[in-house]
Design a protein around this ligand. Structure first.
Ligand SMILES: Cc1cc2nc3c(=O)[nH]c(=O)nc-3n(C[C@H](O)[C@H](O)[C@H](O)COP(=O)(O)OP(=O)(O)OC[C@H]3O[C@@H](n4cnc5c(N)ncnc54)[C@H](O)[C@@H]3O)c2cc1C
Length: 387
């Protein structure tokens, strides 16, 4: 394999491999290398998203579960949404990434290595890996971002279980069940019935500090007990932390300072919705637009989320932090104000003006106006990039 490339993509996760697969499908792709140390299986987790029917079919091979109905529950009510247009999908990240890897063809390739350093030389970037070095005209960096100290994050631990008895309402995905301990932050159970005997249950906290693993396990056990669900077999456990706040540059040892040829993509470029932690669809869209741009010679990375959406999410998070007693009701009010299609659009960042008006009119005005004022008076924070 050559050691000179048009494009080097650091990290073969959702962003890196989606971009590489899109480039590989073009008529005359640029020479591209994806550098990723881990196999898809080594970093398998579940990715949830809303999708229209066409994309649902495209993702069928990686799909573990699909629901037309989903619910949010608190101590007072249970809101069930159904949609004819959108499905809520749970993907196996390993299956999705394996499928992307299978689509790569010359001159787009994968190097199962780790990037250790970057530096510039004669308008090119030298990428040092555990096994040697290569050079590229353009580098897209998707290494996971770091969060500001005390930043808001979504952290969770989940169990995939086989149940002893059939699961009640196995056709409904539980997105948020707030009837759990709220003492450590905004806490909910996310429960996806993959079949009438298989369930993914995650204890999810939105707060600034991650709890010991047993805290989440205990929450799952309590929820299972309360719902009279008995485990026949623990199939797997997964955990994760998703940043929902301002990002900071990666480790200084790996970042190439003042290097205009390196740009972040995916979560590292701010693709995670700060109010929900969802990023899959924004990354798909960003990579689709980037691949189309590259085909026309435009290497610039599109912004994954509009600044208006990020500002709205910051206001929402500001209210979550400043008025924790309101947190559960904010999500419940939002769900109540929308039907299934409107809710899916809202979560996808594709809300129409009338969807927005419905949500805004359902929110408590005082805390939101206070946060809006705070945002307007705050000096602007630029999107993170290694550029
Ligand atoms: C556990 C978890 C669950 C999530 N669930 C959802 C969900 O349900 N729905 C949703 O919309 N979003 C979800 N997200 C958020 C987001 O969609 C994912 O984080 C998504 O994988 C981000 O894609 P990415 O390509 O930006 O980063 P990643 O997929 O994290 O890819 C970055 C890659 O960089 C590689 N890497 C790291 N260091 C190096 C190095 N030195 N050299 C080379 N490669 C390196 C890593 O191995 C990794 O594969 C989840 C995130 C996590 C962490």
């Amino acid at each position: 394999m050559s050691s000179e490339f048009d494009i080097a993509i650091i990290g073969g996760g959702n962003a890196g491999l989606t971009l590489a697969a899109r480039l590989a499908s073009q008529d005359s792709p640029p020479s591209t290398v994806v550098i990723e140390p881990q196999t898809p299986k080594q970093r398998d987790c579940s990715w949830g998203l809303w999708a229209l029917d066409q994309q649902t079919q495209q993702l069928a091979q990686s799909t573990k579960g699909r629901w037309r109905r989903w619910q949010l529950i608190d101590d007072h009510s249970r809101i069930i949404h159904s949609s004819n247009q959108y499905s809520y999908l749970s993907l196996s990240s390993a299956a999705y990434l394996t499928d992307c890897e299978a689509q790569l063809r010359e001159p787009v390739s994968l190097l199962r290595e780790s990037v250790t350093a970057l530096h510039s030389e004669h308008h090119q970037t030298i990428v040092e890996t555990s096994q040697g070095q290569l050079s590229a005209n353009t580098v897209y960096d998707s290494r996971p971002p770091k969060l500001i100290d005390n930043g808001l994050r979504q952290h969770f631990l989940g169990w995939h279980i086989q149940t002893k008895a059939p699961i009640k309402d196995a056709d409904i995905a539980t997105l948020m069940d707030f009837r759990v301990d709220q003492s450590r932050g905004l806490h909910f159970i996310y429960a996806l019935p993959y079949s009438d005997h298989q369930l993914l249950i995650e204890s999810t906290l939105i707060s600034t500090s991650v709890e010991p693993q047993d805290w989440y396990r205990n929450a799952i056990e309590c929820w299972l007990r309360d719902n009279k669900i008995e485990i026949a077999q623990l199939i797997g456990e997964e955990m994760g932390v998703i940043p929902m706040d301002t990002l900071v540059n990666d480790s200084p040892a790996l970042a190439a300072k003042d290097q205009p040829l390196i740009t972040t993509i995916g979560a590292a470029s701010g693709a995670v919705r700060r109010s929900s932690g969802y990023a899959f669809q924004h990354i798909q869209q960003q990579m689709g637009q980037l691949a189309a741009g590259i085909a026309k010679g435009n290497m610039a990375v599109p912004t994954p989320l509009s600044s208006g959406l990020t500002t709205m999410d910051n206001i929402f998070n500001g209210v979550l932090i400043s008025s924790p007693d309101l947190a559960v009701s904010l999500y419940m009010r939002m769900a109540k104000a929308l039907n299934g299609d409107q809710f899916a659009r809202f979560m996808l960042g594709q809300a129409t003006t009338s969807d927005w008006l419905r949500v805004i009119s359902a929110m408590p005005k005082g805390p939101f106006l206070k946060q809006l004022l705070k945002q307007l008076l705050k000096p602007s924070i630029k999107a993170v990039s290694h550029a």
